[in-house]
Every structure is written in C-alpha cells, then in structure tokens.
Design a protein around this ligand. Structure first.
Ligand code: CO
Length: 209
C-alpha cells in the first residue's frame, strides 16, 4: 500500500472534469491566487470548506484545526491570518464551527484524552465563562449544541483581538469577521449573526490603539 492508486485516479478525473468546462482553469490559477475569503474551520472530515460553499480552487484560503480554535500563541493559525489579511487582502474571515464536534465533546467531559487536552483547554474556559447559561438547559444535546455555538463566538472575538485584524481596520482595509455553524446532519450552514467589521465593535479591553 505504498501507492494509493484510487486517489490518483480520482485526481486525474477531477482535473479533467474541470478542464473540460474551462481548459485554461489551472493555467490561470497557477499565475496567482485572489481569494476573497479566509475560512477557519474544524479538521473534521465531514466539514470540507470548499465543498460546503460550493467553491472552486482559488476561491477560499483555508486553515483547519481540531474544534476550529484561534489561540494567540498558535503561530500556524496566526501566520495564516496574517498572510490572508496582509498579502491576499481577503475581505471576509469566516470562522465556521459545527454541531457534533468531537473536540467540543471531549472538552465537555472529565476524561483524559492525552495531548489534545492541552489544545482543548481553551474550550473548557469558554464552558466556565458560560456555565450558568449551559447548566440551565435541559438535555445534554442542547448543552453540547450551545457550547459549539459559544465556541464560534469566542473564536470570532479571538480573531478580532489579533493586532493583524486590528491593524487592517486601522488602515481602512475592509474586513468582516463572521461566525457560522454547520450541521453535519443536513449539510446546512447557519449564520450566528456575530459579524464584526471594525474596532468600535469589539470590547474596549481588547482594543490595541
Ligand atoms: Co469538529
């Protein structure tokens, strides 16, 4: 099993199909990328960025990690945001979470899961901040769904708290940060209506003048 033949065959079919509808597609795309969107989502195989919004290569710049978190010491995620905002000048950053997220579920229990517990600690903090609101719900499913949504809202804020995003706003660059959630049960995206478009919309504590 050194060569995954199936995947290479699928790849050739895919490339041919695109070339049939646009013979110059890959040639044009190889010259430059000009995506309008940065997508930050979960690594979950059921939440593929391009497919969900039916977009072709070249249209979305993507970063994915377990539970779609934006942590201020994560050089990988911050580098993606910096490149997307400062070089590609994307107009929108979409933080997309999903219901049924295994990362969120793991952060909700009191088991050890190994190394990943450190990655998910950030989500335990969100649980702690909103404990009363979560505890007030009746079922485990409702609690789980709410934490998935609260995680999106928190990560939208984390994106806006970076100096990268704040400097873009200060220089007058149009940039909106959106919080969406996806249902793996029906394939439908929901806008959580927490879009932030400028410095005035974030908490005073986090504004870096
Ligand atoms: Co997930």
């Amino acid at each position: 099993m050194r060569v995954l033949k199936d995947l290479f065959e699928k790849n050739r079919n895919w490339a041919n199909k695109i070339k049939e509808s646009d013979p110059d597609f890959f040639t044009k795309l190889s010259q430059q990328q000009n995506p309008e969107y940065l997508w930050i989502g979960c690594s979950d195989s059921r939440v593929p960025a391009n497919e969900i919004v039916d977009m072709l290569p070249g249209e979305i710049f993507v970063h994915r990690n377990i539970a779609n978190v934006v942590i201020h010491t994560d050089l990988n995620c911050l580098s993606v945001i910096q490149y997307a905002v400062e070089i590609l000048k994307v107009k929108h950053i979409v933080l997309c979470g999903h219901y049924g997220c295994g990362g969120i579920k793991a952060a909700m229990d009191n088991q050890q899961h190994g190394l990943i517990d450190n990655w998910l600690r950030n989500i335990k903090d969100i649980h702690r901040y909103h404990k009363a609101q979560i505890d007030a719900l009746q079922t485990e499913k409702e609690k789980f769904d709410l934490l998935c949504e609260l995680n999106v809202i928190e990560q939208v804020a984390n994106i806006c708290h970076t100096t990268i995003v704040q400097n873009a706003w200060k220089s007058g660059q149009p940039l909106s940060v959106h919080g969406w959630i996806y249902s793996i049960e029906d394939g439908i995206l929901k806008d959580l209506n927490v879009c932030i478009t400028g410095l005035a919309e974030i908490s005073q504590i986090h504004r870096m003048e």
